[in-house]
Each structure stands twice: as structure tokens, then as C-alpha cells.
Design a protein around this ligand. Structure first.
Ligand code: AMP
Length: 291
């Protein structure tokens, strides 16, 4: 650990920081800020497993289709910097949009397959934007290990493809979802929930657990499990379901029965927020808690 946390805002500064520390193992946690325990858990894991931890905060316009969502995305840099310090982060990289994208990118990344399903279907271009910013950040930070939350398991699957298909010399770590006491996955977007919605939102987790229980009891038929999940969400007051899906993981292919690793994934709309949650289970219903 180094004494004072560095706050860097330019790509050149960030590259110079890494250049002087080539002998150290670097753990990198890319984020969009507004830290909660989900983020700090990633920082803590990175700290434990590396010599240095670099965290980035960048609300990446390329991955937002909806401009209102981008504009209202919660931000609090001062608080984030204080939290990162508390978690012994060594360096925090906070580039501006102009720094990352001085002009409109002329090269577009476009991913098919697993990036087109689940959230990729309702947020066209989202994962292409994620891939673009991560490709840049991976080149700038040159980490040995990168840390992502399984809360966004599709993102983990997409990053896994990026790293393996483009041969980044980086180890991917997927960390278990951090939840509130009642099971709601911690998310920066939870602040947008209205009071009554906050109660209803627990249905995401209870539904995932109930469907997992069915798998444990021996139900393998995906159609049956999906109908059950849909029914539970509706019964518990979720009015607008984007998807309730069970797919192979990490390829996210449609499959008729639970075999090997599958993701049980939910996305729902509330008035001002779209929430997602998932669990990854094997065919005996055992939940995977890291990758
Ligand atoms: P974000 O700032 O929302 O882009 O998230 C940054 C990283 O934190 C991503 O890898 C997320 O998957 C991860 N993350 C967000 N919420 C949670 C959570 N509740 N538990 C674990 N990881 C999380």
C-alpha cells in the first residue's frame, strides 16, 4: 500500500502511474461511482489479492441509450473519494467524458451472441458501450486482475468474452452480489425507488430463491420454472416485467432443461428505475458465489 491515495484525471497521468509500478500486481475495479457496499466489496477483494488497487469512476455515455437515465445517474465524487480512501484504494482514476472521448469514436465495437440477450435485448448498444470503455480502460490501467460484481452477471460474461477473444493478459474475478438485509441487491439505482416500490422490490430476490428451491427439489424443465417465476413476480406486485429468463451461463443460450451452469435472471421496471437481479446455479440448485 502507498501512503496517500492518488486522484488522477488524465490518461497520461494514469499511464505514468502504472509505468512507475510495473513490478507491482495491480487489481482494477471499474465503476460508475456513487459507491455502496457492492463497490467496496470489490475494492476489498482487490486489496486482498494484489499489491495495488486502482478504481475508476466514469459514467460512460456510450452505454446509456436513454439520455434521461444518463443525466439522472446519481453522482457524488467527494463522498466516493472518501469511501475509496477508507478502503485503502491506492489510486482513483476519474476522467472526464472529453478525456475519454475527445471526438466521436470512429471505430465501433459490436458484440453478438450473449451480448444481445437479457439486458442486451432491451438496451440495444449497451454492452457495445461497455466493451468500448473497458477496452480503453484496460489499455490505460494495464491491470493484472479486474473485479466485477455478479450482480451484473451478463456483464461478467461479456467481459469474459472480451478478455478471452482479444487475449488481454488479465485475470477476471466475479464477486458475489452484496444485498440488503431483505435480499434486495445493492444498486446505485435503488435511490430512485419510491417508498412502496422499495417493499415490492424484495420480490426479485424471493422469486430467485423460490425458483432455485424448485431446481433443488428436482424440477429441470425451464418452461415450468419460467412460468413459476413469472407467476411469483406478478403475484408479489411487480407490474412491469422486462424479462424472467433461465439461460446457460456464461454463453446465455436458450436451453430446454437445467444442465450445467444456468443463470436465473430478472429485470423489472419501476416508475423511475429499472432493476435487475440474478443467481447462477448448477443443476442441483447450488448457487455459485464467485468466478
Ligand atoms: P457500477 O458502478 O454500477 O457500474 O458497478 C461497478 C461494479 O460494481 C460492477 O462490476 C458491478 O457489478 C458491481 N456491483 C454493483 N452492485 C453490486 C452489488 N450489489 N454486489 C456486488 N457487486 C456489485
Amino acid at each position: 500500500m502507498e501512503d496517500i491515495m492518488k486522484i488522477l484525471r488524465t490518461i497520461n497521468e494514469m499511464k505514468a502511474y502504472v509505468e512507475g509500478r510495473r513490478h507491482k500486481q495491480i487489481g482494477f475495479v471499474p465503476t460508475m461511482g456513487y459507491f455502496h457496499e457492492g463497490h467496496t466489496t470489490l475494492m476489498d477483494h482487490a486489496k486482498e489479492e494484489n499489491d495495488l488497487v486502482v478504481v475508476s469512476i466514469f459514467v460512460n455515455p456510450l452505454q446509456f441509450g436513454d439520455q434521461k437515465d444518463l443525466q439522472t445517474y446519481p453522482r457524488d465524487e467527494e463522498r466516493d473519494v472518501a469511501i475509496a480512501k477508507e478502503h485503502n484504494v491506492d489510486c482513483i482514476f476519474i476522467p472526464s467524458v472529453d478525456e475519454m472521448y475527445p471526438y466521436e469514436m470512429e471505430i465501433n465495437m459490436r458484440m453478438n451472441g450473449r451480448a444481445k440477450r437479457l439486458c442486451g435485448a432491451s438496451r440495444p448498444g449497451h454492452f457495445d458501450g461497455v466493451l468500448t470503455v473497458l477496452t480503453k480502460l484496460f489499455h490505460i490501467v494495464e491491470p493484472d486482475q479486474v473485479y466485477f460484481g455478479l450482480k451484473d452477471a451478463q456483464q461478467v460474461a461479456v467481459v469474459y468474452a472480451l478478455i478471452s477473444e482479444f487475449n488481454f493478459p488479465i485475470q477476471l474475478r466475479g464477486i458475489a452480489t452484496v444485498r440488503e438485509e431483505d435480499g434486495l441487491a445493492k444498486s446505485s439505482r435503488n435511490v430512485h425507488l419510491l417508498e412502496d416500490e422499495r417493499q415490492v422490490a424484495t420480490a426479485l430476490y424471493t422469486t430467485l430463491q423460490a425458483v432455485k428451491q424448485k431446481v433443488k427439489q428436482g424440477e429441470r424443465d425451464i418452461d415450468t420454472l419460467r412460468r413459476h417465476g413469472h407467476h411469483l413476480l406478478t403475484e408479489n406486485g411487480i407490474e412491469k416485467i422486462d424479462y424472467f429468463q433461465i439461460l446457460s451461463y456464461p454463453f446465455l443460450d436458450e436451453i430446454p432443461t437445467v444442465e450445467g451452469q444456468v443463470i436465473i435472471a430478472i429485470a423489472v421496471y419501476f416508475k423511475h428505475a429499472r432493476l435487475i437481479d440474478n443467481i447462477i446455479v448448477d443443476e442441483t440448485g447450488n448457487e455459485l458465489d464467485h468466478i
